[in-house]
Design a binder for this molecule. Sequence first.
Ligand code: FE
Length: 236
Amino acid sequence: MAVKTCGSIARMSSDHHHHHHHHDSGSHDEPRLCDTELRVRALESLLVEKGLVDPAALDAIIENYETRVGPRNGARVVAKAWTDPQYRQRLLEDATSAIAELGFQGRQGEHTQVVVNDERVHNLVVCTLCSCYPWPTLGLPPTWYKSAPYRARAVSDPRGVLKEFGLRIPDEVEIRVWDSTAEMRYLVLPRRPAGTEDLDEEALAALVTRDAMIGVGIVESPNPPEAARRGQGDGR
Ligand code: FE
């Protein structure tokens, strides 16, 4: 069944594609529901009402896709980019194709761009108007990603937002905020942490978190030295 994505719906009524940021409160406080979301909500209500599904079980499934199943794909992309310079090059030139090489493709990932964290730049991904997100690599967006405060403040106060995630980015590091659209989704390539020189791709992938690939986290060293650990935030 052909359905419009939520991003397309939002774009019809505003200039989403040109990355205008709407800070006027009120009109954009709730993400717009697209056809699919409305249908899913209607179906969920019916199924729960008829006692066919337990809402708690549904929540558990969603949580699993948000935090585990989905982001494992992105983690494999990141780990491969860390260990294979040619793959990294392909990923930066055409992320959609490089990600498809690993078998991850499909809806909400047709045009993906990878943005690279390094010692000078930290990247942060948001969708200011709704909830555009790279589904093939990260799965379902977490609730906070769709929330009005995150969508507004990621742009107006990115350092403040990162602090709330327990992440302090040094002042000399530039923070770049990427506003996702229906046409372009972003995936952050986090920095490879120190002390991981001996790890293989699989072990590296296990370190990569969803939050690091959105840019609200970093990938932590597996065994941080005591001094480094003391200097870090609460590691949310
Ligand atoms: Fe969106």
